[in-house]
Design a binder for this molecule. Structure first.
Ligand SMILES: Nc1ncnc2c1ncn2[C@@H]1O[C@H](COP(=O)(O)OP(=O)(O)O)[C@@H](O)[C@H]1O
Ligand SMILES: [Mg+2]
Length: 366
């Protein structure tokens, strides 16, 4: 899919800007603080209604103004359409082709993009919660049933944790019924997360063959405490494993008043020749692993939804050496539209050919 043009009004440090992009590679050039990441953030808002920097909506509104508006004109297999997110005193609103949508969350499914940015390092070196959020985002944007099961599962976990904490004696039947719900909703999460990790791992293996034959061998692994490692892919069903895990942890859950067994404790890790990149990888190696994960996300969108997502690459070469930057550039699907930021052209390898270049100065684009 392609972002043809975008209009920003009172968004971050942009007063008013209309920008028309190329379908291929767009280079956004500017000094620190010029507004490069802000522009990528505006595109991202059109795909999820939120900032990728976990910023509250109020932070996106240009200082001393009352609200922002971002409108994008997109083209994809569904034709040409506009998506607009407007945020003012009465809250946030979404318009598709000028028509208001009932809920802002309806934005999911119109615009597929993948953001590459500084905090991606957390997907390798950060806590399990960051990794689960990544899996949840990818799966929720491609599968409404996943989103629904996730919501229900987390609600039961909260309910069960509160019950275990508040009760002096435990009603076994109530606990059993809560556990049944956990298995029903959570089993789906485990299956889908496991499939996604397998898909991305396969992507990474193929990518490695392409750009560094014989080079470091990276493997992405999924860890869920309902099963011993690797058991999910073959053998026992997820439901059986989950039921057994809940039985196994039952006593401990009552003693500690915590929900222990289940995908709310899942994790993923990158292994480099049996060493966990989280603990042993350099920042550059971890950055490369995170970028491969994001490229895998893009490939998953193409495979599961039939759309080539827009790639938003924010300063990706920051911690990569030139060879690794070149490898990443070579892995980018030539069909994808890319918006890539940098402070200087010389930071990009020569093999990077761009179709358009935009110079950004203080929230103005030339
Ligand atoms: N809500 C806002 N209103 C006005 N300016 C903002 C707002 N939020 C951030 N900025 C400004 O945007 C600039 C940062 O822009 P950013 O896109 O992150 O820079 P870079 O080009 O280095 O990626 C900072 O100078 C900051 O002061
Ligand atoms: Mg930036």
């Amino acid at each position: 899919m392609r972002l043809e043009s975008i209009t920003l009004s009172d968004f971050r440090n942009y007063k008013r800007s209309d920008i028309r992009f190329s379908g291929g590679r767009n280079l956004l050039l500017g000094k620190n603080g010029a507004g490069k990441s802000n522009l990528l953030e505006a595109v991202y808002v059109l795909s999820t209604s939120k900032s990728f920097r976990q910023a509250k909506d109020s932070k996106l509104v240009r200082w001393d103004t009352d609200g922002f508006m971002v409108r994008g004109v997109f083209s994809s297999t569904r034709g040409k359409y506009t998506v607009e997110v407007a945020c003012g005193r009465e809250g946030k609103k979404l318009f598709v082709n000028g028509t208001p949508e009932e809920r802002v969350s309806n934005v999911i499914g119109y615009v597929y993009c993948v953001i590459f940015y500084f905090d991606d390092i957390l997907l390798v070196k950060g806590p399990p919660a960051s990794k689960r959020s990544f899996l949840d985002l990818v799966l929720s944007t491609t599968d409404p049933l996943y989103f629904d099961n996730l919501r229900r599962y987390l609600s039961v976990v909260r309910h069960k944790a509160k019950y275990l904490k508040d009760s002096t004696t435990v009603d076994r039947n109530l606990l059993l019924s809560l556990n049944e719900q956990l298995v029903q909703f959570g089993g789906y999460l485990v299956d889908k997360r496991s499939e996604l990790v397998l898909f991305i791992n396969r992507y990474i293996q193929e990518a490695a063959k392409k750009v560094y034959p014989g080079g470091p061998f990276l493997e992405l692994k999924y860890h869920t405490n309902i099963a011993g490692e690797g058991k999910i892919a073959g053998g026992a069903s997820t439901v059986d494993l989950f039921v057994h895990a809940l039985e196994r942890c039952g006593r401990q859950e009552i003693i500690t008043a915590q929900c222990i067994a289940g995908p709310h404790r899942d994790d993923i890790s990158f292994m480099d020749e049996n060493h966990d990149v989280r603990h042993f990888g350099s920042i550059g190696e971890a950055r490369l692993a995170a970028i491969l994960l994001k490229l895998g996300q893009a490939s998953f969108y193409t495979n599961s939804r039939g759309v080539v997502p827009i790639l938003l690459m924010d300063d990706i070469m920051l911690e990569l050496d030139m060879r690794n930057t070149e490898r990443v550039i070579r892995l980018v699907d030539p069909q994808s539209q890319t918006l890539i930021t940098t402070t200087e052209k010389s930071k990009l390898p020569e093999i990077f050919q761009y179709d358009s270049v935009f110079t950004i100065i203080d929230g103005r684009v030339n």
